[in-house]
Design a protein around this ligand. Structure first.
Ligand code: SF4
Ligand code: SF4
Length: 676
């Protein structure tokens, strides 16, 4: 075409891209370190499945198909762009690096595949244009940038067809339809009537528009949400491989305080490089906010907005180690604004239930709970700025070892009338016994006590050797940790691990999804590596082994509510359903939002112990409506927090026809005929 023009265009655009990419790379390199280079094989597998395989895209079928068309189209058309760059230098219209030259077998096959993807990419662009401009899909922000990118992609595709068609008309007049170049040969007659000069002009125009837009688009990437085209796969590759329910501990809290180091996430300086990569990778698709229970119920929290606002702040400010716009402090150094409240409204932060619905939906594996809890950590431990309604729970956990302002001496009240083997009475310790970790809610919440009582009866029916800690059991600290009080959590975790080890406990059974998560996923960081099993898993195994046989019919239609800390945090979806299906008479129905799309009950993230943030509806009420809409007569749950939230919401709705039971209670009813 024109070697000089091509060289100048390439040099200018690659130079500009180099500068932009360097700025982004520098911020990444200067961020806090984080170890994400382990288990490379597993990382690669996940990247292939989630990134290249676009696994999560299918959760939104139409948008998913459109994105897949564009994603794979870009991969196919990358070669086309490289071929066109080369044709800018050589005077050979069919050049394709010899392997893909026009007329060769591979060249023909590639030309056909390329044409198919040009159509698919145009269709994908059409879908997104429809969603943005016509349907005005709520989760997508209508921005000039988004529309501009769609116009650029569509123009690139059309320019490619013009280049092929005008080229055929110019170099092979009257050639007719070619199955290898369907688009070009079908469009060629549109240029056939022109003179050679006009055909050559159209051919050159198609070429230069295509290559210019490709290179222009490349430069737009680091400046836009489409940076994910570059950072997306690395972000999926470097995802957290530890259990989703585990929060990273802050090491040496007291030492950090003495050294004046920040606790939690205060400014951009406290982000790790993976945190920065998360910000770079957000496509602004809004899937996270679309499923956020806080956003759904009118709270000001929007996970997407948190990421986008943090990214804008990062681009505007940089970090003190690599400031793009240095803010001079009194000492002449760089000071950065505190993220809360400058970028993130504290009310949004405190509305989060840590349910992970956002993370489950995000196609780029961007994490939220860790950042939100890290911001809370800074507010609570350094500024003492937690919601006042949490103070009571914090104080009670500190003084009495539970968030219910109840005495340790009352911990066994739930078991009145039952024979309960307490470890301190057993000279041999926990030897060969499974420890029933009762949890604070079943110990102190009047309704949740029924869960613990049902569980004990089932254990006795199955002749399980079990024991419990009695008054020595202390809150796991889950709520303190999710509320940002890491100091309190670590004190409680360390104390509990000491107690459990002292009695030689190896296996723990819990009826609470939050205890299950903390004990199983977080206590290993404090030296407590126990086998932890949730009661639904334990009961499913007992039924399977024939040690429990549900016999009495429980005639009810029943909908099971997935607890976030059992499902999304620990991937336990089938065990509760298996138990319920084993009960004769039960008709199990599913809510439209169930399993990994189940909506939170509103209790997690310490919400159970604080006032809900301002919104249009309580989360528990929204979830209860979804469950009631199934027409089921009974709501079953597998976590005492869920039970409390749903029971209150059902009572508020005044729907006395709906029963609310734990999975263990349903099973016991079938075994005993009724619950005493
Ligand atoms: S964890 Fe749940 S409540 Fe928190 S931002 Fe994500 S979806 Fe919203
Ligand atoms: S965080 Fe993920 S789900 Fe949310 S807008 Fe960004 S890419 Fe989409």
């Amino acid at each position: 075409m024109s070697p000089v023009a091509m060289a100048l265009l390439l040099a200018a655009s690659m130079g500009a891209f180099g500068v932009l990419a360097w700025r982004r790379w520098r911020l990444l390199r200067l961020a806090r370190p984080e170890a994400r280079f382990d288990q490379l094989g597993e990382r690669f597998r996940r990247m292939m499945r989630m990134g290249v395989g676009q696994q999560r895209m299918s959760r939104y079928p139409l948008a998913g198909l459109a994105h897949k068309a564009i994603f794979f189209g870009f991969i196919v058309l990358l070669l086309r762009s490289l071929i066109l760059f080369a044709r800018g230098f050589v005077d050979a219209p069919g050049f394709g690096y010899w392997v893909f030259d026009s007329g060769t077998l591979l060249g023909n096959v590639y030309a056909l595949v390329k044409d198919v993807y040009v159509v698919l990419v145009l269709a994908g662009v059409g879908v997104f244009a429809y969603m943005r401009l016509v349907a005005r899909t709520r989760r997508l922000t209508l921005s000039a940038e988004g529309v501009l990118i769609l116009v650029i992609i569509a123009t690139m595709m059309i320019a490619d067809v013009v280049y092929d068609a005008a080229g055929l008309a110019l170099h092979h007049p009257g050639a007719g339809f070619s199955p290898w170049e369907p688009l070009g040969s079908l469009a060629a007659p549109a240029f056939a009537w022109m003179g050679d000069g006009a055909k050559a002009f159209a051919w050159h125009a198609g070429f230069w528009v295509h290559v210019s837009l490709v290179l222009g688009f490349l430069n737009l990437l680091p400046l836009s949400k489409h940076f994910h085209i570059i950072t997306g796969l690395p972000n999926v590759f470097f995802q957290d491989l530890t259990p989703p329910g585990r929060l990273r501990p802050i090491a040496d809290i007291e030492g950090k305080i003495e050294r004046g180091e920040t606790l939690g996430l205060r400014t951009l300086d406290d982000l790790t490089w993976k945190g920065v990569l998360d910000l770079y990778s957000c496509t602004e698709c809004g899937r996270c906010t679309d499923h956020c229970p806080a956003a759904k119920t009118g709270k000001i929290l929007s996970p997407k907005a948190i990421t986008v606002d943090l990214r804008n702040h990062l681009y505007a400010t940089g970090s003190s180690r690599g400031a793009t716009k240095a803010v001079e402090g009194e000492g002449g150094g760089v000071t950065l604004e505190d993220i809360v409240p400058a970028v993130v409204n504290p009310e949004a932060l405190w509305a989060c239930t840590t349910c992970r619905a956002c993370e489950q939906e995000c196609p780029l594996n961007i994490s939220y709970v860790d950042k939100i809890v890290d911001m809370r950590r800074h507010l609570v431990m350094e500024r003492g700025e937690n919601p006042a309604s949490l103070n009571g729970a914090f104080q009670s956990m500190e003084r009495a070892g539970n968030p219910y302002a109840a005495g340790a001496e009352d911990r066994l009240k739930w078991a009145e009338g039952l024979e309960v083997p307490v470890l301190s009475d057993l000279p041999e310790g926990a030897k060969d016994r499974v420890l029933f970790w009762v949890g604070c809610a079943p110990a102190y919440d009047a309704r949740a006590r029924g869960i613990a009582r049902a569980m004990v009866k089932l254990l006795n029916h199955a002749k399980v050797d079990w024991c419990c800690l009695g008054a020595e059991e202390c809150c796991t600290g889950d709520a303190a940790r999710r509320a940002g009080n890491e100091f309190l959590f670590q004190a409680m975790a360390t104390g509990n691990v000491e107690t459990l080890k002292r009695y030689g406990v190896t296996k723990i059974l819990t009826v609470c999804a939050h205890c299950f998560n903390s004990l199983g996923n977080e206590y290993p960081d404090f030296g407590g590596a126990f086998e932890v099993v949730h009661h639904t898993q334990f009961l499913a195994a007992l039924v399977r082994e024939g040690r429990l046989t549900p016999t009495h019919r429980v005639e009810t239609s029943l909908v099971y509510h997935d607890a976030c800390y059992l499902g999304r945090h620990n991937d336990v979806y089938d065990a509760p359903r298996e138990v319920l299906r084993s009960v004769p008479g039960v008709t199990l129905v599913e809510a439209a939002a169930s399993r990994d799309r189940g909506m939170c009950c509103g209790a997690g993230g310490a919400q159970m112990f604080k006032e809900e943030e301002h919104g249009t509806q309580r989360v528990s009420e929204a979830r209860t409506i979804q469950l009631v809409q199934t027409g089921a007569k009974t709501i079953a749950s597998a976590c005492p927090f869920c039970m409390r939230m749903l029971t209150d919401a059902v009572a508020k709705q005044g729907d006395g026809a709906i029963a609310q039971m734990d999975v263990a209670e349903v099973l016991l009813k079938s075994i005993e005929g009724e619950i005493a």
